[in-house]
Design a protein around this ligand. Structure first.
Ligand SMILES: [Zn+2]
Length: 291
């Protein structure tokens, strides 16, 4: 039901109640029915009867107002004053509040890497408003009270700004035979590039040699530490051409491929480790790997 209709109904009932309570109603009815007023008065006072009717109408009025309040599930309206042409209502509104997402630059993350560090929480605000109507039309609207029921929390996302290191593929004319990841019940920490024994193996990026020579399952291998702290590993070679402590540039030939260590055929096993963790080299090469 609209506010206008409610306001009109209140006015009608208010005037009707007044008419009944003053006895006008009773007198009119008894006159119309031709009942002797003195007899009736001896049984029940017309004022008591009128009061009973007025109470009944008040209960009906209360019911109407309650149903009006339930019509809108986000608001609860209570009229606090009504006259023939003016009405004042208080209204309580629940409002959702949200904050814009916050983006924070993070130099520890590579460009393209984003991490959500905090999830958003929707806030709730309760506002109490006083509305004034005149002849069914809203006249004024005043905020009486505002209360934050739940504080909103912004979603926070860290955006990587660190330049991603780029590495060249260490051998040419290779056949990609094995990728990074789970293999034969274990994890293959690099990629296998099949090339004939004796093929030149180049440094994928500039850096310092930190291991050169026989190295267990890697066979004859070379490790290079780069300026950003990442390490590349070259395994199963037939010979190395560098010593620990050598500084190499990107593309320098550091050894020749082979099939030493745990190897089933001539190939170069190549790894990249960032912060000690092996990563998929295919994501860091400066060209698309030939699969
Ligand atoms: Zn391998």
């Amino acid at each position: 039901m609209s506010n206008l209709a409610t306001s009109c109904l209140i006015n009608v009932l208010y005037k009707l109640s007044k008419w009944i309570y003053n006895g006008s109603c009773y007198k009119s009815v008894t006159k119309m029915l031709g009942v002797d007023e003195t007899v009736k008065k001896s049984i029940i006072s017309y004022k008591r009867l009128s009061l009973l009717v007025a109470c009944t109408l008040s209960i009906i009025l209360l019911g109407v107002l309650r149903s009006q309040a339930y019509e809108d599930n986000s608001m609860e309206a209570t009229p606090i004053f009504a006259s023939s042409d003016k009405m004042v209502q208080t209204m309580t509104c629940m409002e959702e509040m949200s904050l814009p997402c916050e983006y924070v630059e993070d130099e520890d993350l590579y460009i393209g890497e984003n991490i959500v560090v905090k999830e958003a929480v929707t806030g709730i605000k309760e506002t109490t408003i006083m509305l004034t109507y005149s002849n069914g039309k809203e006249e004024t609207r005043e905020i009486l009270d505002e209360e934050i029921i739940q504080e909103p929390v912004a979603r926070v996302v860290h955006i990587g700004t660190k330049e991603k290191p780029r590495y060249i593929v260490p051998v040419e004319n290779y056949i990609f035979t094995s990728g990074f990841g789970a293999r034969w019940g274990t994890v293959h920490c690099g990629v296998d590039l099949a090339v004939p024994t004796g093929t030149d193996v180049a440094a994928a990026a500039a850096g310092e040699v930190i291991q050169s020579g026989w190295n267990g399952g890697y066979g004859i291998s070379v490790y290079i530490r780069h300026d950003d702290g990442s390490i590349t590993r070259y395994g199963h070679m037939s010979e190395t051409l560098v010593c620990v402590g050598d500084k190499v540039s990107q593309g320098d030939i550091i050894g020749r491929s082979g099939s030493t260590g745990d190897s089933t055929g001539p190939h170069l096993h190549f790894e990249i480790r960032i912060d000690g963790e092996a990563v998929d080299p295919c994501n860091y090469f400066d060209e698309d790997i030939k699969l």
